[in-house]
Design a protein around this ligand. Structure first.
Ligand SMILES: Cc1cc2nc3c(=O)[nH]c(=O)nc-3n(C[C@H](O)[C@H](O)[C@H](O)COP(=O)(O)OP(=O)(O)OC[C@H]3O[C@@H](n4cnc5c(N)ncnc54)[C@H](O)[C@@H]3O)c2cc1C
Ligand code: SF4
Length: 327
């Protein structure tokens, strides 16, 4: 690692002021489980001058159920989320997504905001520059993507954004999308559907440099609404998802009246399956309708030579997630 200044911010205002002072050369750190890897491997085009610790800011770690829904402070850990009885009971898709993230140690450190703001895991992008020299791909300001002609077995099956086929690796992101969450920041409230982007170079979100997530609000489910999350990975713990999926379904009088389905690990951003959702409305949730929706969700996939298998994984995970909603 190289040298940098480290600040323990005592308030949001102090953290924002420090981000302003070290404009474009600073990062906030929460659990550090993603950021520290980036610092060790010298990921970015310019090494940050300052790291601003936000764990020292009081009031960002509350997990509260209010009338309008679940309020998750930015510093709530994945362990807290996955072990909360209220979350398990009312937002099971989110509790399961947090439970399936990484390992116990990482869930103890990792925060919800860090989980949705983490950077991609493309192995060319993450390649440590101390081994064999730096790989500057498009995301790092270079001229070409190495994964497209190289090894892309874990990459996007829905095409590229800005010629990059890295996927969003977050487990909680699809659950928050399926549950229609809102991300509150120091500047605005962002509907989760608008939060992620592949357009922003290294960043995976639309956040400005001097903008911090303070809270995530997940609405209270309506009558008849249920949610689920399914992850497919090589190993049960620690591995990032090959594909994951979350869904929330509302069933009234035996018929589906609302559906939100989100795949992740398949594209630069978590991917809403809008056609599959539309197909379900007004129908009963059976193995057949779920299979039809699953086939629709991957109908416009454009896999590459080495990742065709992910299309079948995505299809299976949509099917399993929908059926899990009514189990
Ligand atoms: C071995 C290993 C396995 C992993 N497996 C998984 C997995 O299976 N699934 C998965 O989803 N993730 C996985 N991760 C990634 C990571 O550990 C988690 O996503 C974790 O939740 C990140 O949270 P953090 O608080 O540690 O983030 P940090 O490392 O502190 O921050 C991550 C990024 O988010 C930014 N950030 C943090 N908080 C805020 C905020 N409040 N506002 C704005 N920006 C913020 C930071 O600047 C940084 O860019 C894994 C990581 C490792 C090292
Ligand atoms: S997929 Fe994206 S991050 Fe990976 S090498 Fe290509 S441009 Fe870089």
């Amino acid at each position: 690692m190289k040298r940098f200044s480290h600040f323990d911010a005592s308030s949001i205002e102090e953290a924002i002021s420090l981000l302003g002072k070290y404009e474009n050369s600073s990062y906030v750190i929460a659990g550090g489980s993603d950021l520290m890897g980036g610092l060790k491997d010298n990921l970015w085009m310019e090494y940050p001058e300052a790291i601003i610790n936000i764990k020292t800011i009081p009031g960002l770690n509350n997990l509260t159920v209010k009338e309008d829904g679940l309020h998750i402070g930015a510093l709530v850990t994945l362990t807290e989320l996955s072990e909360s009885d209220a979350v398990k009971q009312t937002w099971p898709g989110l509790a399961e997504a947090a439970r399936r993230t990484a390992s116990p140690l990482l869930r103890n450190m990792g925060t919800i905001a860090g989980n949705i703001c983490q950077e991609n895991r493309c192995w060319y992008y993450r390649y440590p520059d101390k081994i064999g020299g730096r790989i500057d791909c498009i995301r790092k300001g270079g001229k070409r993507c190495l994964a497209i002609p190289g090894d892309h077995r874990f990459h996007s099956i829905f095409g590229a954004v800005k010629k990059c086929i890295a996927v969003n690796p977050s487990d909680t992101a699809p659950a928050l999308v399926a549950l229609n969450a809102v991300v509150k920041t120091t500047k605005r409230e962002i509907p989760i559907d608008e939060f992620f982007t592949g357009e922003n170079g290294c960043g995976s979100t639309i956040l400005d440099h001097n903008e911090i997530v303070t809270e995530i609000i997940v609405p209270t489910p309506s009558v008849g609404e249920s949610s689920a999350f399914v992850k497919i990975a090589y190993r049960k713990s620690i591995d990032f998802a090959l594909v994951n999926c979350a869904a929330s379904i509302t069933i009234i009088d035996g018929k589906i009246t609302q559906a939100r389905i989100c795949l992740n690990g398949v594209h630069n951003v978590p991917r809403r399956c809008s056609d599959a959702e539309a197909l379900l409305i007004g129908k009963k949730l059976t193995e057949e309708t779920a299979a039809e929706a699953a086939a629709t969700a991957v109908a416009d996939a454009k896999p590459l030579f080495q990742n065709m298998y992910k299309v079948q994984l995505a299809k299976t995970s949509v099917l399993d997630t929908l059926l899990e909603c009514v189990r």
